[in-house]
Design a protein around this ligand. Structure first.
Ligand SMILES: *Cc1c(COP(=O)(O)O)cnc(C)c1O
Length: 343
């Protein structure tokens, strides 16, 4: 019998593929890629990539060359969003991997390294990464073999005039370079309509069941849930307290389950007294502080025993709100101690 960790992520492969197909279908005629940076938003980049490539995805996005190296040969093109730093030299030449050039220095470095197909990020108002539209108009990219000329939306999860400005700024660059494709939309950008799809969309969060705009909830399925094992069940008498700093005091005799999950697993400490788990349909509130490796749940009246497995709230929107975290932080914070079980 193989050893099993006391907590696990149960990951729904068909939901991940279905979310990609839903986002592809909402991308109009554009191709639909996938952001698999940060270890596939915490789920495991290699398994995520394999699933999405099998579904038909041909464009993967990672942040760094090290992430591209971990992916290995997926059968899809891999774009490295942070471009090409001086320190990336040892990893250049990974088959199927190209940089997204962001600065004048990166453009020069890529030319010195022999050129070759690349992508380019142009900044249309986020003032994060990217060369300026003026640089593009001024010929900075002349002669480069550009696969995708892309920009990134700052406010796609809101109805903001910034979205329209960014869309127009990218559209104005059509034909200015020899780029084969233009690309703008992340997950939320796909919901902004066909003007935002251009030739290629780049969803991340929504693939993994995150919902960046309320109207997208109807298109998407939950992909990941946390399950953790009960290590001990105890009765806490009225007036006794539970956990660090004794922040929770029992108002009545209470059944308490101590479960193998904590902030070192990415279960935020801000879910102290706010998080929730389930035993079947019975909701089990978190009691007191979330510890590094443990959390206490109110199991009064529920048939919960040592060795049982409990399911933590899989609703990312609700959990993010309760935790005061973004859905992105919840996913990418998922730790390395979980067994990742693909079903
Ligand atoms: C992370 C990232 C994405 C994916 O964004 P989501 O909001 O997760 O869909 C797309 N494009 C770029 C440039 C990114 O950095």
């Amino acid at each position: 019998m193989t050893h099993r960790a006391p907590n696990r992520l149960v990951i729904d492969r068909s939901a991940l593929a279905a979310n990609w197909r839903a986002l592809r279908d909402r991308s109009g005629g554009a191709a639909c890629g996938a952001a698999v940076k940060a270890d596939g938003y915490g789920l495991g980049a290699v398994a995520v990539a394999r699933t999405l490539v099998a579904a038909g995805c041909r464009d993967l996005f990672v942040a760094t060359w090290a992430e591209a190296a971990v992916l290995g040969d997926t059968g899809a093109a891999v774009s490295v969003l942070h471009g090409v730093r001086a320190g990336d030299r040892p990893l250049l030449g990974l088959p199927g991997v190209r940089p997204v050039l962001n600065t004048r220095a990166q453009v020069a470095r890529w030319r010195e390294a022999g050129g070759g197909p690349c992508d380019v990020m142009v900044d249309t108002g986020m003032n994060r990464l990217g060369v300026s539209p003026d640089d593009v108009a001024g010929g900075l990219l002349d002669g480069l073999v550009i696969e995708t000329l892309m920009s990134h939306l700052a406010c796609a999860d809101e109805d903001s005039p910034v979205n329209t400005r960014q869309q127009r700024a990218l559209a104005a660059l059509a034909g200015r370079t020899r780029a084969r494709r233009l690309s703008l939309a992340n997950s939320a950008g796909i919901a902004l309509g066909s003007d935002y799809a251009f030739d290629l969309t780049r969803p991340g969060l929504a693939l993994y069941g995150g919902v960046p705009r309320a109207e997208m909830a109807a298109w998407l399925r939950a992909v990941v849930r946390i399950e953790a094992e009960v290590l001990q069940v105890r009765s806490v008498r009225t007036g006794e307290s539970v956990g660090y700093n004794a922040t929770w005091t029992a108002p009545a005799d209470t059944g308490v389950a101590i479960v193998n999950l904590g902030y070192a697993d990415g279960y935020p400490r801000s879910l102290s007294d706010r998080g929730r788990a389930f035993a079947g349909d019975t909701m089990l509130p978190v009691l007191g502080r979330v510890s590094m490796d443990l959390v206490a749940l109110d199991v009064t009246g529920a048939p919960v025993g040592e060795g049982d497995w409990l399911v933590f709230d899989p609703d990312l929107v609700d959990t993010a709100r309760a935790a005061g975290r973004s859905q992105y932080e919840l996913l990418t914070g998922l730790g390395q101690r979980f067994d990742r079980i693909w079903r």
